[in-house]
Design a protein around this ligand. Structure first.
Ligand SMILES: Nc1ncnc2c1ncn2[C@@H]1O[C@H](COP(=O)(O)OP(=O)(O)OP(=O)(O)O)[C@@H](O)[C@H]1O
Length: 228
C-alpha cells in the first residue's frame, strides 16, 4: 500500500528532514508515527500525499510511483487519501454538512449522491444532529469529527492524520481514537503522527519511531517509548 525506498528530503534551505528512509505499510494497517518535534514525521506524510517531492528515492502508493506522477494525476491520488490535521482546517463559512459535501463536490458527485452519502457519513461520526451548524459553534471534538467525516466521505484507502488529537482534551481524544479504530476495522489503512504517548501505549498498534530524519524503531504492538 505504502512503500518508501531510500527516501531523503532536503528542503530548499538545506535542512535534511529525511535521511534514506525505507518503510513499508500494508493495506489495513494502523501505524503510529512518533518522535520528537522536527524528527521528520510531517515531512514523511507530505511525501505520501505528494505535497512535497523527495530529493532522492521512490514513494509508491497503491503500486503507483508518486514521484513520477504527472500533476494532473495528483487529484486522483489525493482522492484516495483522507487527511486529518491538528487544526481541523474546516471552511468557517460552511456548515458541517457543507464542509463534508464540498469534498464530494470537487470529485464531481451529483446533488443526489451528496444528499445520500453525507448524512450516512455524519451518522457514522455521530454528528447527524449538527449538520446545519457552523464550525465556530462546535466543540473541538465535534470539529475534528467533521474533519474525519470529510476525510472518509470519498472512501479513501488511506487516512493520513497529523497530530489529530493535539487540540483535544483527553476524553475527546479517546472518542476520536475509537472513531479511527472503527474506520480502520472497515479496512482503511491509517498512518497517524502523534505525540499522544498515552494513546500509543494503550492501543498497542505498530509504532514507527523517528529521530533526526531516521527511522530508529519499527515495532508491531509497540509503545511510545520515551517521554514527550
Ligand atoms: N518547508 C520547509 N522548509 C524548510 N525546512 C522545513 C520545512 N518543513 C519542515 N522543515 C524542517 O524539516 C525538519 C523536519 O520537520 P517535520 O515538520 O517533518 O518534523 P515533525 O517530526 O513533523 O515535527 P513536529 O512533531 O513538530 O510536527 C525540521 O528541522 C523542520 O524545521
Amino acid at each position: 500500500m505504502i512503500q518508501l525506498y531510500n527516501v531523503s528530503k532536503i528542503y530548499a534551505n538545506g535542512v535534511k528532514a529525511l535521511n534514506d528512509i525505507n518503510l513499508h505499510i500494508r493495506k489495513g494497517e494502523f501505524v503510529f508515527l512518533v518522535g520528537p518535534s522536527g524528527a521528520g514525521k510531517s515531512t514523511l506524510t507530505k511525501l505520501i500525499c505528494r505535497e512535497e517531492l523527495p530529493s532522492r528515492g521512490q514513494v509508491m502508493i497503491n503500486g503507483r510511483n508518486v514521484v513520477r506522477m504527472k500533476n494532473r494525476e495528483v487529484p486522483y491520488l489525493r482522492r484516495k487519501i483522507g487527511m486529518v490535521f491538528q487544526d481541523f482546517r474546516l471552511i468557517p463559512g460552511k456548515t458541517v454538512f457543507e464542509n463534508v459535501a464540498f469534498a464530494l463536490e470537487i470529485t464531481g458527485a451529483s446533488t443526489k449522491e451528496i444528499k445520500r452519502v453525507v448524512p450516512t457519513v455524519l451518522r457514522m461520526v455521530g454528528l447527524e444532529k449538527k449538520a446545519d451548524m457552523l464550525p465556530a459553534h462546535l466543540s473541538g471534538g465535534e470539529q475534528q469529527r467533521t474533519a474525519v467525516a470529510r476525510a472518509i466521505v470519498n472512501n479513501p484507502v488511506l487516512i493520513l492524520a497529523d497530530e489529530p488529537t493535539g487540540n483535544l482534551d483527553p476524553e475527546t481524544s479517546w472518542e476520536l481514537m475509537k472513531l479511527f479504530l472503527d474506520i480502520n476495522r472497515r479496512g482503511t489503512t491509517i498512518l497517524m503522527a502523534t505525540h499522544a504517548w498515552d494513546i500509543v501505549d494503550a492501543m498497542k498498534k505498530r509504532v514507527v519511531a523517528m529521530s533526526h530524519g531516521l527511522i530508529v524503531r519499527d515495532e508491531e504492538s509497540g509503545g511510545y517509548g520515551y517521554e514527550s
